[in-house]
Ligand binder design. Structure first.
Ligand code: ADP
Ligand code: MG
Length: 285
């Protein structure tokens, strides 16, 4: 392989793993193994406030998510949904309040890189796959690797790693597209690839911000199936406006309604849909 290509791949891998800027010394103090979930709680937010020049994007927000739960979050624009994800992933420091991953990992004390390494994956609205690389390579580059070892190239895949990539390809329904460039995928397929890339890092908690925005009806339906397959295997927080989609993934699980930076209501889909306050601020508009 040409040195230029080897260097390019190395850079891509570093970018995927969010480790390109952090020094190795500050990296890896917390690993997914260290997260204590024996009490059945994967995420615990209490009284989180985020003030931007006095404006409270989050206002004493309290919420917890169980291990293996798929929690849907709904609420009007500006309710604070994205800001909540920013706090969980370390992008925004809360002005006050407590945020724990499991019983023991204080998220407010970790950097974004450390939080990703501890096992929280986040999918942004816009897909960020490497268009010139094959679908398979995208998954391979995203794979969790030992950072003390120099990124290795494709010949070095173990059987176990190849199996993990195959299983993910099947899950995201891209087995037939595996060797084609990611740039040729449809918008929906790119979104699934990005979910697959996050899964390759074996996150304990996955945050998805509006995963079906811009998708066709068929892609939306397929995404619902995919998330239902992840239920129980991963803990998930899904922000979405498409209420039919939310109904399809919430099942009998809890839905949380945010409004003005706090939890307005929480319960089954049927309960929140029948809640007069929820109808007033969100559903009835
Ligand atoms: P949602 O995702 O529910 O639509 P956001 O979390 O994006 O809501 O925003 C919540 C509120 O906080 C909005 O009023 C938004 O304008 C404000 N906000 C978000 N980020 C910033 C920021 N960096 N500076 C100032 N205000 C912000
Ligand atoms: Mg948002």
């Amino acid at each position: 392989m040409k040195p230029e290509r080897a260097r390019q791949l190395q850079q891509l891998q570093a970018a995927v793993l969010l480790t390109d800027s952090g020094s190795d010394a500050s990296y890896g103090h917390v690993t997914t193994r260290d997260v204590d979930t024996r009490h059945g709680v994967i995420l615990y937010l209490e009284d989180i406030t985020v003030s931007f020049d006095g404006f409270k994007a989050l206002n004493k927000l309290s919420l917890d998510i169980g291990v293996g739960e798929l929690r849907c979050i709904i609420g009007p624009n500006g309710a604070g949904k994205t800001t909540m994800m920013d706090v969980i992933t370390g992008k925004t420091a809360p002005t006050s309040g407590t945020a724990f991953f499991g019983q023991n990992v204080d998220l407010t004390k970790l950097s974004e890189t450390e939080i990703a390494h501890a096992g929280i994956g986040r999918k942004f609205q816009r897909p960020t796959v490497f268009e010139n690389h094959s679908v398979f390579e995208n998954l391979e580059l995203a794979m969790k690797t030992d950072k003390r070892v120099k990124p290795t190239l494709f010949a070095k895949l173990t059987g176990e790693q190849a199996d993990a990539i195959s299983a993910t390809l099947e899950l995201i329904r891209l087995t037939h597209e595996a060797w084609g460039p990611a740039g040729l995928l449809s918008h929906g397929q790119k979104q699934w690839l990005e979910i697959g890339m996050l899964l390759m890092q074996e996150p304990k908690l996955l945050l998805l911000d509006e995963p079906v925005a811009g998708m066709t009806d068929a892609e939306t339906e397929r995404t619902g199936e995919l998330l239902n397959e992840l239920k129980g295997r991963h803990s998930l927080m899904v922000v979405e406006h498409d209420m039919d989609f939310v109904a399809s993934i919430a099942g009998s699980g809890k839905v949380t309604v945010l409004h003005e930076g706090s939890v307005l209501a929480e319960g089954s889909m049927a309960q929140v849909q029948a809640d007069q306050r929820v109808i007033e601020v969100y559903l009835g508009r």
